[in-house]
Design a protein around this ligand. Structure first.
Ligand code: NAD
Length: 274
């Protein structure tokens, strides 16, 4: 076999031409990266977000006939169904779904969501579980269910190191007001891991692969003390750059991962080794 043939064979593994992808939370910091990655590999992409005007959004900078954006609230089944119908009529049946939409309490979040566990508000629990876990469930049910009927595909559920490990609350001890990474974020992101395993077995015969991609923290102009505290827990010594998960997205979305289902691909700079 010639070198060129080997190159082509390997590159074909990552080719997403003729694929149709749905990315939820596409107007956020990482969603825009995933959209660019999928378009770059040849897919048509439907960007779902409840807040398309998110100032972080880079969707408006992408000029491509293969990209469409829809206002979809992942917590509302009818909204997800309408999004799916729009994708099918514009591009055809989806075969890639990235469940990326979520809410979190970043280091600059309000006190309401970041107080001690003993007084953590039920309303905050409900809102976070609703978007992060029920939203992932509903998108799997509606979009994944459609994939199962129409030939299969790849679902990537996004989790966090805080869904695998407890947050180390000492990272935040420097703050003037007590700050705790909220319990609902951790629990919702843990739920994603077993939703993935459940569906990987449930849909294996329908050729729907379901995997989790678990991320470590991403640099987003956090304050210096936070950056120092967090980075001291990472063997690679820093937070992720926002484009550093794109390779994993391409791997999981494409035939490069054809024998992988029910797995958790953990990319955290080594955070979970210590
Ligand atoms: N950024 C990090 O450090 C980090 C670390 C670990 C895991 N993650 C995970 O990566 C994913 C993306 O994170 P990000 O930093 O890009 O977040 P982000 O806040 O920048 O983007 C999230 C997007 O989801 C959208 N969204 C919220 N509720 C929605 C709903 N009901 N329906 C549809 N869309 C909704 C928001 O409008 C926003 O555009 C999340 O699942 C997050 O938990 C992020």
């Amino acid at each position: 076999m010639e070198n060129n043939d080997i190159n082509n064979e390997i590159l074909r593994l990552y080719d997403l031409s003729n694929k149709v992808a749905v990315v939820t939370g596409a107007a956020g910091q990482l969603g825009g990266e995933y959209v660019r990655t999928l378009l770059g590999a040849g897919a048509s992409v439907a960007a779902f977000d409840v807040w398309l005007d998110n100032p972080k959004s880079r969707l408006k900078d992408i000029k491509s006939e293969k990209l469409i954006s829809f206002e979809v609230d992942v917590t509302d089944k009818n909204s997800v169904k309408q999004g799916l119908e729009a994708v099918c009529s514009r591009f055809g049946d989806p075969n890639i779904l990235i469940n990326n939409a979520a809410i979190d309490a970043p280091p600059n979040a309000g006190e309401h969501d970041t107080g001690p566990f003993e007084t953590y508000p039920e309303s905050s629990w409900e809102v976070m579980m609703n978007v992060n876990l029920k939203g992932t469930f509903l998108c799997c049910q509606v979009v994944g269910g459609h994939m199962a009927k129409t030939g299969g595909g790849s679902i990537i559920n996004i989790s966090s190191i805080y869904g695998v490990l407890s947050p180390d609350q000492r990272i935040y001890e420097y703050k003037e007001k007590p700050f705790f990474k909220p319990v609902a974020y951790s629990v919702s992101k843990s739920g994603v891991l077993n939703l993935t395993r459940y569906l990987a077995t449930y849909w294996a015969e329908q050729n729907v692969r379901v995997n989790t991609l678990t991320l470590g923290g991403v640099f987003n102009n956090q304050d210096e003390t936070f950056l120092r505290n967090y980075s001291s827990k990472v063997p690679l010594g820093r937070m992720a750059k926002q484009d550093e998960y794109n390779g994993a997205i391409l791997f999981l979305a494409s035939d490069a991962s054809s024998y992988m289902t029910g797995a958790n691909l953990l990319m955290d700079g080594g955070f979970s080794c210590w």
